[in-house]
Every structure is written in C-alpha cells, then in structure tokens.
Design a protein around this ligand. Structure first.
Ligand code: U2F
Length: 452
C-alpha cells in the first residue's frame, strides 16, 4: 500500500492537452508530498510529456490503451480518427490502468482529469470521491459547450445555423462580440452527432458536477466570461499562467539556439514569432502567403514550423531571409515569447499560446482554425485590444505585411503592446503572494486534501 492520498489523473492524449495537466500535477505533487499522483495517459503521449514531472517520486505514469487494435489500418481521416478510436476505448482503457494504479498506491481519494474525459465524473462518483477537471481550452470554450443546448435552440444546426453566421451571440452576452461563425464548429456546424461532438456535449453536462473546474488562466484576463462561470460552476479556479507559477517544469532544451539568436536582435520588440501550435497548420497556399508577407515586411522572424510543412515555403525563401530569419521544427515557446526581442506573434489562438503571449506582453496576429480559437481571436481584437484578426479568417501576403507594419512600427502597435503589458502585469500579480491564482491554488489543494 502507498500513501493515504491517491489522486488518479486522467489525461486526454491529443494536441497539447496532456502537458498542461501534467504541469498542474507537478505543482500539486510538490506541495502534497505524501500523496501519490497516478498519471493515466497513452504510451505515446506519456513519452512526449513525462519529462515535465519525471523527477517527482510521487508522480507515477500508467499507460492507457489508445484504441488501436493490432493490425489496424488507419483510414487517413487525420487526428479525428485517432480521437474517435480513443473515445471508443473509454472507459475500459482507463479502468484497466486505474486498477493497476490502485494496486500500487491504494484507493483513489480524488480524480483529476482533462475536462474532455467526462467519464472521469462517473468514475469519481462510483468511488465516492471528488472530481476536479482541468479545462485546457479555457473559459470561453467551457462557456460555449455549457450552453450548447441554448445555442442550438437559438440558432439551429447545420444549414439553418449557416444562414446566421454573422449574428452575434446575444443569448450569451459574456461571449460577445463573438458571432455564430466564431463558435466551435461541433456546436452548430459539424455533424452534431459525431463521436467528437457528442464527447464535447457530454462533457458540458458534467461541468456543474465537478468540485472545481481549473484553468490555465488568471483573474482579469477575460472578466465577463470568468465572472459568468463563477455563477455556474461549483468552483471556477484560474490558477495560471502555468508557465509563471512555481515549480516550473524543467526548461525545454533550446536545441536550435533560438534564444541566442534572439539575443542578437538589434532592437527590442522587433522580431515576429510564428507558431500554429501542435494540431493545425495553414493550407500550403496560405503558408506561402504568410512567408511572402513576412518577407515583404522586412521584419526579423522566428518560425516554429513542422518539418513536413517546410516544403510549402516559397522557393528561395530560406536563402533570401537567411540574415534575418530562423525556421525551426520546435521552439522553447514560453521563453521565446518572454524574450524582449519578440514584438509580435502570429498564432492560431490556441489557449496556451494565447495565455503565454499576453502574459509576456506580446500582441498577436490571429489565424484561428478550430474549437474556441475563433472566439478568442475576436475577443483578443475587440475586447482586449491585443490582437489583429486575419481578414476574412485567412492570411494573405498584403494582410500580413500590413499587420506586421502596424504592430511593430506604428503607434497603434505601441498601444497594443501597452495593453498586452498591462495584462502581463495582471498575470504576474495573480501568481504572486496573495494573488488570485495563488489563492485559487490553495482552494484546489483543499479539495485534493481537506486536511492541507
Ligand atoms: C489545442 O491547441 P494546440 O496544442 O495547437 O495549441 P496551444 O494550446 O497553443 O498549445 C501549444 C503549446 O505548445 C507549446 C506552446 C504551448 O504551450 O508553448 N509549443 C512550444 O513549446 N514550441 C513550439 O514550437 C510550438 C508550441 C487546440 F487546438 C486549442 O484550440 C486548445 O486551446 C488547446 C488546449 O486545449 O489544444
């Protein structure tokens, strides 16, 4: 038998979901030294993220089956195919891993899961223990999913909703100025009965049952949404930004020398950083237009681009921009954004990237693709004043050149940077002694260990 407290942690093994969950576990496990945290995740995802907490003896890793039968031939349906197989394998795959964890560390006293793993609530209820969810896609995503039924009643689905793309989400004022077109597709547009849409709808119904819903965010980032959620959830706990709260994960190695390259930049806030996260990449013609826009702007740039997409850069681009640009397969993003040389970020508005950018005082050029990203692009531009949305949702050569010129060189860009700096200050205050994220973290600790 292990220690008395045993937290079962159920990860969603796709995109960047598992990393922030393990980051949160790291912070908890460092304080709750007598508790064991069993991290249940697929072998592939575990291999990718484990270094975040591998040095902690009270964090143990268990492999969960990914749903791929031996000899399964992928049907080429992209990331959704793997997600659907994983969903089909739930909850059996998690139960099997959990039984091994219980054998090693004793009965579970709390379940902590990615909010996507809505079956975690059932498992916690069966064991009579609290369930805490980490909503990795942030508060706007939770809100939209929480009100899926209302949104479907108000705007219809499929063709009916498509006729209302420009209508504002007036039935959910905290999400304004987002419009129907900005909602996660699976709420109104995609096949609402697909396994993924049903997973998201299923999880939404569970949110109010969670003892707490935790966010990699901070009070003051998007007050209307967080304030609304505080009235709907048992506990709404922004405890981030994770990359500013101790203990930090071991720093990612800077294998390509990005930071040294940034050190050599001639002036502050002069470099544009480009990354579209772990899931998406713009279609090839758009990627080429982005490169042309950056080249035309004359700006220095650091581009995190997967090797497979490099062939889509314009012919001769690398040679022509060699003296002012760097293209790498992976960058230590949080440290890149914190570097004073970085003045703009071309992003898909994934939740973590967005938080990392505002918490570093860096304005954004937004090219959202899916999920909550379109809502965030709208909010970053219209409410927070720290983002410029790609016109008609697509990056063009001229649009990129104009936006970079505005952010890096014009007074409007200076104003955006000041607004981003103000958010950075709010983030730093939140994680300081007595700050809101610090207090929320203590509340979370109390749920995990009421005697703490
Ligand atoms: C899905 O988003 P992504 O995983 O594509 O994007 P982010 O939430 O922005 O997370 C990307 C993370 O990867 C890190 C970066 C972020 O923490 O710092 N990273 C890096 O370190 N180096 C690189 O070169 C590139 C990235 C989904 F598509 C979104 O809608 C959700 O909001 C998100 C969270 O659930 O997951």
């Amino acid at each position: 038998m292990g220690s008395t407290r045993h937290v079962a942690v159920l990860a969603f093994p796709f995109g960047s979901h598992a990393a922030p969950l393990l980051n949160l576990v790291r912070k908890l496990a460092t304080v709750e030294l007598a508790a064991t945290f069993s991290f249940l995740n697929t072998p592939k995802s575990n291999a990718f993220v484990a270094s975040i907490a591998a040095d902690l003896p009270n964090v143990r890793f268990y492999d969960v089956w990914d749903g791929f039968e031996d000899g399964y031939v992928p049907k080429g349906r992209g990331p959704l195919e793997a997600i659907e197989l994983f969903i089909k394998a739930m909850p059996g795959n998690f139960r099997e891993a959990l039984s091994k964890a219980v054998e090693a560390a004793g009965e579970v006293t709390c379940v902590l899961s990615d909010a996507f793993i809505w079956i975690a609530e059932d498992m916690a209820a069966e064991m009579g223990v609290p369930w805490v969810a980490l909503a990795t896609a942030g508060p706007a995503s939770v809100t939209a999913h929480l009100y899926t039924d209302l949104l479907r009643e108000t705007f219809g689905t499929g063709e009916e909703a498509k006729a209302k793309l420009e209508e504002p989400l007036s039935c959910l004022p905290c999400l304004l100025p987002a419009r129907v077109r900005d909602l996660p597709h699976e709420i109104l547009m995609a096949e609402v009965n697909s396994p993924f849409a049903r997973l998201l709808h299923g999880k939404a119904a569970k949110f109010p049952l969670a003892k707490a819903v935790v966010f990699n965010s901070f009070d003051g980032l998007d007050p209307p949404i967080l304030n609304h959620l505080k009235t709907k959830l048992q506990k709404c706990l922004p405890v981030g930004p994770f990359h500013l709260t101790a203990p930090l994960a071991p720093p990612e190695p800077d294998v390509h020398g990005c930071l040294a390259w940034l050190d050599a930049a001639p002036s502050p806030a002069s470099v544009v950083y480009v990354s579209f996260g772990t899931v998406m990449s713009p279609p090839p013609p758009e990627l080429a237009a982005l490169a042309e826009g950056i080249e035309a702007s004359g700006a220095r740039f650091l581009w995190s681009l997967r090797d497979a997409a490099r062939g889509n850069l314009p012919r001769g681009f690398a040679e022509r921009t060699r003296d002012r640009g760097m293209v790498v397969g992976w960058a230590p993003q949080t440290r890149v954004l914190q570097h004073p040389a970085v003045g703009a970020f071309v992003t898909h508005c994934g939740w973590n990237s967005m938080v990392e950018s505002v918490a570093s005082g860096v304005p954004m050029i937004c090219r959202p693709f899916l999920g909550e990203q379109m809502m965030m692009s709208r909010i970053l531009e219209e409410v927070m004043g720290v983002g410029l949305a790609a016109k008609d949702g697509v990056l063009t050569r001229d649009g990129v050149e104009e936006s970079l010129d505005l952010i890096l060189r014009k007074p409007e860009g200076k104003t955006m940077r000041e607004k981003a700096e103000a958010l950075k200050q709010i983030a730093e205050d939140a994680v300081g002694e007595g700050g809101s994220s610090t207090r929320n973290f203590r509340t979370l600790l109390k749920i995990i260990n009421p005697k703490a």
